[in-house]
Design a protein around this ligand. Structure first.
Ligand SMILES: Nc1ncnc2c1ncn2[C@@H]1O[C@H](COP(=O)(O)OP(=O)(O)OP(=O)(O)O)[C@@H](O)[C@H]1O
Ligand SMILES: [Mg+2]
Length: 557
């Protein structure tokens, strides 16, 4: 409600709630802190796992910040923003989601203190932004070039896996991640993007150690005819089609009147004829294997088998596209228009039964960069955590191949940036200086959380690290959790290394979230409507379209 010349002007629908200024900010800050508390205990190698049970009773056990936040049914708009930031972090670098949320919450905590001392939220926001920009350049200065050294890539992949449930197999999986990414690596191409093209297949049974990398594509299918060959080798021509090898059913039910047996035979012959034509056409092109996105009727399967052509049907669109890309084929919708240049090539094809499931391995593809990782493991939850972890490791290696810079982890980089930012703050004037200093100290929350989660008293550790980082040339000093004490994390048999870009991205994400929250001075919550207001379709938001703040629990706003 506004006052205009003493007359109240009602601009919002009746029942709309509004919280202003400090109140609005504090509620958001509380919500983000609550989200950070939920993931904080998972940070680092000694972090705990979370068991998430969804409304259907499905259980996920994970340590992955992005997964936890994704599965949390968060309702508060501030908390939702924190979840968004984490997702964004995951999309950009695939790691560092927990760190992003913890740092954002810490920045907001110190911002609250500054605002209580009378610093305006805009001044805090500006100081934070300045500090963030400086932090990004500091990281660039401190970071070392990877020179695509596989050992460095492997150590970085291991660091990311240290904190995951399958840490016991980290060396094995780190090696897989490096091997896979080195194979797909191409100078000038974004390796991080190519992580998406790596096929990951999960099969319960055996152990994680039995996980293998297959050069090519693996499809969970069996041939459409039992007598089709179980293996083909010596170079095979593959047709990828999206053409149903079936007689089209009419939309309306129709009746066929047959008056004598010869008519019946002619009708059946005609049907067979069509089916035979598919096989004839493929044979004419010299196709040895046809992979169909659509169905293949039994009669068609019979003719394909007679023609010596291997066939599988009902392959998903994404699988057939991957296969087409890998073999250099084109997915054709009408095989009668297909010609030789639409065909793909692979060295061999083999049907194998793995853990009771039929799989078709297509290897030695035209594009050698097509790879499938077949994850094995004793239980579904182990395999799923392995998949998430492998995704983080592949992303880390991809990020390193693209950006080529690494730093020391275990809180080392955060302590170094913190120390250099404090120097930078001393050159600044006014209240922004306070905000930059607070920003610098906030970064210490990472080594603090790492220590706390490992049951180590953080005060002594932070004091020691501060004194190390006050001197030049000690930027590698961080906490080494397995040793339980500070050390130079660049060196030793198990250095703790991370891509510089992951740290830069999480600092950026965290600052963006904090600044966004600081700049909000009013939250307007639309009234929940009983039904759609007049003029709006069913399910239309009540009250204030576009505000997106409905559904908050009472008392949170
Ligand atoms: N051996 C180690 N000693 C000390 N710190 C380590 C060690 N291995 C990893 N870390 C640290 O653990 C932190 C990463 O923890 P974690 O993977 O749980 O969180 P995240 O990467 O922020 O989020 P997520 O992986 O869930 O997206 C990094 O700061 C990393 O340097
Ligand atoms: Mg991680």
């Amino acid at each position: 409600m506004s006052q205009l010349g003493g007359v109240p002007v009602i601009i919002l629908r009746e029942g709309t709630e509004s919280t202003k200024g400090k109140g609005a900010r504090n509620k958001n800050i509380q919500a983000i802190r609550a989200v950070a508390e939920a993931v904080k205990t998972t940070l680092g190698p000694r972090g705990m796992d979370k068991m998430l049970v969804d409304s259907l009773g499905d259980v996920t056990i994970t340590n992955d910040g992005a997964t936890i936040l994704d599965k949390l049914d968060v309702d508060h708009p501030g908390a939702k923003m924190a979840v968004e930031i984490a997702k964004n972090q995951d999309d950009q670098v695939g790691d560092g989601t927990t760190s992003a949320v913890i740092v954002a919450a810490q920045l907001l905590t110190v911002a609250e203190e500054l605002m209580e001392q009378g610093v305006h939220p805009n001044t805090v926001a500006n100081g934070f932004r300045k500090a963030m920009k400086k932090a990004l350049t500091i990281i660039e200065e401190v970071a070392k070039p990877t020179e695509n050294n596989p050992e460095i890539l492997k150590h970085c992949a291991q660091t990311t896996m240290n904190s995951k449930g399958i840490a016991g197999k980290r060396e094995f999986f780190a090696q897989i991640a490096v091997d896979v990414m080195m194979k797909v690596y191409e100078e000038g191409q974004t390796s991080y993007e190519s992580v998406k093209n790596i096929v990951v297949l999960k099969k319960k049974g055996k152990s994680l150690q039995e996980t293998e990398v297959i050069s090519g594509i693996v499809l969970e299918k069996e041939p459409v005819h039992p007598l089709m060959p179980k293996s083909l080798s010596g170079g095979i021509k593959i047709a990828t089609v999206a053409h149903a090898f079936e007689i089209k059913k009419t939309e309306f039910s129709s009746e066929l009147r047959i008056t004598d047996a010869s008519q019946m035979q002619a009708f059946l012959d005609r049907e067979e004829d069509v089916m035979k034509k598919y096989a004839d056409k493929l044979k004419e092109l010299g196709v040895q294997a046809v992979i169909n996105q659509k169905g293949i009727e039994d009669t068609a399967a019979h003719y394909l088998n007679k023609a010596g052509i291997f066939a599988i049907k009902s392959v998903t669109k994404s699988d057939i596209e991957k296969l087409a890309r890998a073999t250099g084929a084109t997915v054709v919708e009408d095989i009668f228009t297909m010609d030789a240049k639409d065909l793909g090539f692979a060295e061999s094809l083999e049907c194998k039964s793995v853990a009771g499931d039929d799989l078709v391995f297509i290897s030695g593809c035209k594009d050698p960069k097509t790879l499938t990782v077949l994850i094995r493991g004793g239980t579904t939850s182990v395999i799923e955590e392995a998949e998430r972890t492998l995704h983080d490791a592949l992303s880390v290696v991809g990020t390193l191949l693209d950006k080529k810079l690494f730093v020391a982890g275990g809180g080392a980089i955060e302590m170094e940036v913190s120390a250099r930012l404090l120097d930078f703050a001393s050159e600044e004037k006014g209240k922004e200086q306070l905000a930059i200093e607070s920003f610098a100290r906030s970064l210490e929350c990472i080594p603090i959380a790492l220590a706390e989660n490992a049951g180590i008293e953080p005060i002594d550790i932070i004091a020691k690290l501060r004194s190390k980082h006050a001197k030049p040339g000690s930027d590698g000093w961080g906490l080494e959790i397995y040793a339980g004490k500070p050390k130079n994390n660049y060196v030793g048999p198990n250095p703790v290394l991370e891509p510089a870009a992951s740290i830069q991205t999480f600092i950026k994400s965290a600052t963006e979230l904090a600044v966004l929250i600081l700049r909000i001075d009013e939250m307007i919550k639309a009234r929940k409507s009983a039904g759609p207001p007049p003029g709006m379709g069913p399910g239309g938001p009540g009250g204030m379209p576009g505000m997106g703040m409905g559904g908050m629990p009472p008392g949170m706003m």
